[in-house]
Structure formats: C-alpha cells, structure tokens
Design a protein around this ligand. Sequence first.
Ligand SMILES: Nc1ncnc2c1ncn2[C@@H]1O[C@H](COP(=O)(O)OP(=O)(O)OP(=O)(O)O)[C@@H](O)[C@H]1O
Ligand SMILES: [Mg+2]
Length: 506
Amino acid sequence: MSDERDLEMLLTSHFPITTINTHEEKRALELMKKVVTRTARTMYTWSVTEGLKAAYGHSADNLRLQDDSEYMAYPTTEPKPMLEQVKKSLENAVVVLLDFHPYLNEPLIIRLLKEIALEYSVKQNTLVLLSHELTIPGELERLTARFSLSLPDASQLEQLIFDEAKVWTLKNQNQSVKADRQAMQMLIRNLQGLTMSDARRLVRNAIYHDGAITEDDLPAVMKAKYELLGQGGVLSFEYETAQFAEVGGFKKLITWINHRKVAFLQDNLQAKDTALDMPKGIMLLGVQGSGKSLAAKAVAGAWEVPLLRMDFGALYNKFFGETEKNIRDSLKAAEVMAPCVLWMDEIEKGIATGAYDSGTSRRVLASLLTWMAENKKPVFIVATANDIESLPPELIRKGRLDEIFFVDLPAQNTRAEIFAIHLAKRGQQPPDFDIQRLAAETDGFSGAEIEQAVVAALYAAHARSTTMTTQHILEEIKSTQPLSVVMAEKISALQRWAEGRTVAAN
Ligand SMILES: Nc1ncnc2c1ncn2[C@@H]1O[C@H](COP(=O)(O)OP(=O)(O)OP(=O)(O)O)[C@@H](O)[C@H]1O
Ligand SMILES: [Mg+2]
C-alpha cells in the first residue's frame, strides 16, 4: 500500500526520470500499472525483444507509433530510434524501460534521455528505468529520482506461508501442511530481508518435499538466503558451527554468552525486554592454537544462529579499488541475515595499521566502526586476533565491543578437558587413559598442540599395530617443543598486555 503511495508521489513530483532497482520486474510493473491507472497518463513499456508498446492508459488504443512513416524503417527494439520516437511523438506518457542498463554508457543514448528529460515541463513524459542494476550517469543524476520496492514484513510473510500451504494442500489431495509454531516463527524471521518472490520460492521449497514446516527446513532456508545475497568471496556462510561441549575451558566466555542469548534474540520474543542491551560483539585475543577460532564457531552454535565469516583477503582483492564498497556490502548482507554471528577471524590481518598501508585499511576500519556504532540489527561480531601490536587502538577502546577476552595457554584442569575431548573425538575411551598425568606433563602446551599429540600417538600406535595407551601420548609430548617455549618472549608480552585490559576467557 505504501509502495503505491510513494510511487505515485514520485511520478507526480516532476522528476523526469525515475529508477527502480529490483529483481522483481513483474511486481514493479503491476505496481506501475495500478498507479498510472489513476492518472490521465499513458504507460508504455520498452524491451529489447518487444520494442515500444502501449501497456496501459487512456490513449492506449489510438497509439500511432507504428504508423509513423518517418520511423517505420527503424524498429523500436533499437534504443536509439525508440528514444527518438518518444521524444518526437509522445506526451503525457510514462515510459518504462526494461533492462535498459547496458545502454547507459553510450553518449548518444545518454544525450537522448537527457533531452527527453529536459523537455519535461512541456511534454510531461516520465522515463522509468527498471532493472536489477542501474548506474545512472552523472549527466542524468539531478534529473533522476529513485524508487525501491519495500520488502515484505512479518505479517506479509506469514500470509505468504499460508498461501503457499494452501497451494500445496490443493495439489496433494487436500492433505494439510504440518507446521509447528516455533518453526513458523523462525522461518518468518529468516525470510525477512528477502523480496516477495524470493521468499515465496524458499517457502515453496521448504514445504514441497514433506508437506511440513519444521526446524529441519531452517538451515537450507538460511543457506539459500545467503546465496541470494550474492556475497561470493568476501562473506562466506559457514555450515560448520560448533558446540561449547567440544571446547575445553572458556568457562567465563560460555557463561557470558549464555547470559546474553535472550537479549540477542530479543526481537524474536513476544514481550520485548527492552531493559537488556543488544550484545554487539567480542574480541578473542590470545595465543596461537588456543581454540579462538573454535570458540567463535561455538558462539553461533550456542545461539543457534547462522555463522558468517568475513574473509579479509577477498575483501581487498576482489574488484581492486572497491574495498570499502565490499565491506559496506558485506555488512549490509550480514544485516539481512540477522540474527547471525559475523566472524572476523584474524582481524589484525585485515585492518592492521602498518607503515606500508596506503590508507585503505584505515578506511575499512572507519567503515566498520561507523557501522558498529549505528547498527541496530542483531549481528554479533566475534573477532579473533593473536597480535596486539598491529591492532588499531580505536577497535579495542572500551565501548566499541562489549568485551575483550584473553585466551591464555590452558591450565592443567583445562588441558585434561582438552585431552578428554580429543580422545573421545577419535573413538577412544578417556577413562582408559591417565588424563591427569597427561595434563600435568603438558604445561605450556596449547589446545592445538594437545590435539596434535593425540593424533600423532594414534599414528604411532597404529604403526606398531597396538592400541593407543597413555605411554604413546607421553612419548609424543616429550618430543614436542611447544610454542610457549619457542615463542616465550612474544607470549609473555601478550600476557602482560592482556593483564588489566582484558577479561580471562577461562
Ligand atoms: N580449548 C580447546 N578445546 C578443544 N580443542 C582445542 C582447544 N584449543 C585448540 N583446540 C584444537 O586445536 C585446533 C586449532 O585451534 P584454533 O584454530 O581454534 O586455534 P586459534 O586460537 O584460532 O589459533 P590461531 O591463532 O592460530 O588461529 C582446534 O580446531 C581444536 O581442534
Ligand atoms: Mg584461528
């Protein structure tokens, strides 16, 4: 309804050119028709296949375009003669140019469009450019107004699901579609940000194979939605999230995350609890191999939301020179996917402020900080880093992120947990091993090194055709030089820095 009103206002606002940037051509055309019907104007459409046609309007019947002898020789499927014809013979018309974007870099075409636009006060012809992508040349910018179709809201999406369920029922001998309330709510939440026709397609797929809407449909819907956003490269959808049960230690982080689950998903609750601030994000800072990446995945797993990973390498490489646009687009896509976790792994590599920087990473950082300050959508950032030297101070200043967690080398009891996790993961019975002894012998080992000791011991036992015992693992431990020894200075500098500035994750 409000789309109609807005478009009507635009068409009467004396802007000679209007753009509609959308994939939903059919819906946009129907809307145009509705609006033009109420005026005394005639609507024409043009496409490269069909040329110029009267689509609707008061003088549509006596359209004489085709008989105009001067132009007979040139079919109106060619943009140039078509525009010349519009310029010469139309008045009080709305001309919708479908997929005209490829011609918007030809000087002659641009000039013709401009001439038609400049005659607006005399002839009152409005040009509407309707395409999925439009870049308006500078010459036309001031003559152009933009219109965008609104996206469906929750109640429209609910209606859409009912409509699709009805269709399914009709096609399937009147069986009704099974749907549980919770899954419906989550589906509606996940469809927000999509256009009507995309949402319809996903709903249809979800119902199609089993005539039911269940929570099992949601991952596929989220993945399909992510693909529709066409973020290829910069943002990736991580199918594999993790559970905190697979992570040893991180006790304080786990409590912190569990306490904020309700607040993070609060727009999803009936009675919105406005007393709780929406959590914005955290940084996990710590030693290499200490499980930061694993914990980041577990945040998404614990909250049961999609995990999106930002790849800074691709951010800088893809379309050279468009880095800031890339980050803005990615952040926008993350908003559409909300609620979600946006994982920025090894963030220092993306926005390091080294001496050789051309200033691009400064601007990326600025875009990121601005977005963080303004964002109202439930997009939770989990940034990981292991080098403080190159971390820009603005990012870690209080108030930007909710908390900076320091992930230190695991203490003995955590090491025991990590051993148990990785033994169990590889089909071993943890009680068969002297886990306390293993934990005691691995002072200074990271989680990744503990995992490696288990993996290597399994190989060694296999080579000797025996089952693995504590002894095999102890041998691997003895031959390992942990990073904490190799990089002792670096690690103790990190620990000193973290003291007082960060909260322990454990
Ligand atoms: N606390 C832990 N609990 C269980 N497994 C762990 C833990 N820490 C590390 N691991 C194991 O080590 C692997 C590597 O850890 P991860 O990649 O998460 O470390 P990281 O802190 O991100 O390291 P880096 O700084 O090098 O990126 C994990 O996939 C996991 O199997
Ligand atoms: Mg990592």
